[in-house]
Ligand binder design. Structure first.
Ligand code: TRP
Length: 366
């Protein structure tokens, strides 16, 4: 039997620059997976068509972030020689796949999707949900299956989408034959990375709340945001015992710091456990912890900023990466659509036996 290929597909909506939440939750992992050499193909999609499902009246916002997100990808180390970066709307085959998958999903199943449910509330869509938005989990199943993806590295909020995709795959394969590949979700293994809070301690990082640290942000801006991060409001004087639960600075340290950072910037502590113990005991001030976190973040972000600056100098090249990637992605998706239409018996003009069958019906009559 043919060895099954290992294929990654994942992506982001281009509604803003990517921030450290995206980085901890998914981007860093993607780069590690890319460089592991374990995958046969890697597709990274800029989900502009999905972004339009709740931004229909604001296409110029989406347009503005196509190249921005591409730069963010390249800056974290997505290597266009190893990964295919592409634009969703360029791959029209995805829409056609979605249309056929729609027959395999019920309205009530979509209504039960917890991510869609909470997004409907967040956007005050309760009384007037755009149909395109409501059905985006189906289009996401098309994104994933068009590339026969086996692995989808995403944040926790995307789990219901992958679950729904797997259901569509089962349904399709049982009705039409074994064509589609069942994907697995790959979540961050570090709990702090699963759901990095905003700098204000709020669970959700969002542009409108102004609580994100962006990957493209200058050093001084990052420092300011770190130094004004939410900590333990009860930790007033240095000697007071401090709490770790809900303490954003420590959550970020959980997500980003390693042993090496202590040796370099805070050698009086062996590791994060010692630092935490001192904080809880009392006698360790927020400023000292924040300064340490700033060093950690700057070390993580410096190479990203440097790479971005290089790519920004050659936007023609960035554009070409995106254009070529989109073309390659389109070819792959077209091949899958061909298999799907064949399995569904609607490939009339690709299938020579179609006309023969039809002729056969009449040959007997004469
Ligand atoms: N829904 C994802 C997000 O909001 C973006 C996305 C679209 C995606 N299609 C995908 C992610 C397919 C993984 C696989 O971030």
């Amino acid at each position: 039997m043919k060895e099954k290929k290992k294929i990654i597909l994942t992506g982001d909506r281009p509604t803003g620059n990517l921030h450290v939440g995206h980085y901890a939750g998914s981007l860093k992992r993607r780069v590690e997976l890319q460089n592991s050499g374990e995958f046969d193909q890697i597709y990274i999609m800029i989900a502009d068509a999905q972004a339009l499902t709740d931004n229909a009246d604001n296409p110029s916002k989406i347009r503005d972030y196509i190249m921005e997100v591409t730069l963010d990808y390249l800056s974290v180390g997505i290597d266009p020689e190893k990964s295919i970066i592409f634009v969703q709307s360029h791959v029209a085959e995805l829409t056609e796949l979605s249309f056929y998958y729609m027959n395999l999903v019920t309205v009530s199943r979509l209504q039960r999707n917890p991510t869609v449910k909470s997004e409907i509330q967040m956007r005050n869509f309760e009384t007037s949900i755009p149909v395109g938005f409501f059905t985006y989990p189906i289009s996401q199943a098309a994104d994933i299956t068009a590339f026969h993806a086996t692995t989808v590295p995403v944040g926790e909020d995307q789990a219901p989408m992958i679950e729904q995709t797997r259901e569509i795959v089962h349904k399709f394969n049982s009705v039409y034959g074994p064509v589609l590949t069942e994907p697995q979700i790959l979540l961050p293994d570090n709990a702090a990375c699963l759901r990095l809070p905003g700098t204000d301690g709020k669970a959700k990082m969002s542009k409108s709340l102004g609580n994100c640290i962006y990957l493209a942000e200058p050093e001084e801006e990052v420092r300011k945001k770190v130094m004004s991060m939410f900590t333990d409001p009860g930790h007033i004087r240095v000697q007071d015992p401090g709490k770790l639960e809900g303490n954003t600075v420590f959550t970020y340290l959980d997500a980003f710091c390693n042993q090496g950072h202590f040796a370099e910037y805070l050698p009086e502590y062996a590791n994060l456990d010692e630092l935490k113990a001192h904080y809880q005991r009392g006698g360790l001030g927020d400023v000292k912890v924040k300064k340490f976190l700033n060093c950690v973040m700057q070390e993580e972000l410096a190479p990203i900023r440097r790479r971005r600056a290089e790519y920004e100098k050659d936007m023609d090249h960035v554009y070409e990466i995106l254009r070529r990637g989109s073309q390659t992605a389109k070819e792959t998706a077209a091949a899958t659509l061909g298999e799907v239409k064949h399995a569904m018996k609607i490939d009339y003009f690709q299938d020579a036996s179609f006309l023969e069958e039809q002729k056969g019906k009449y040959a007997q009559q004469s």
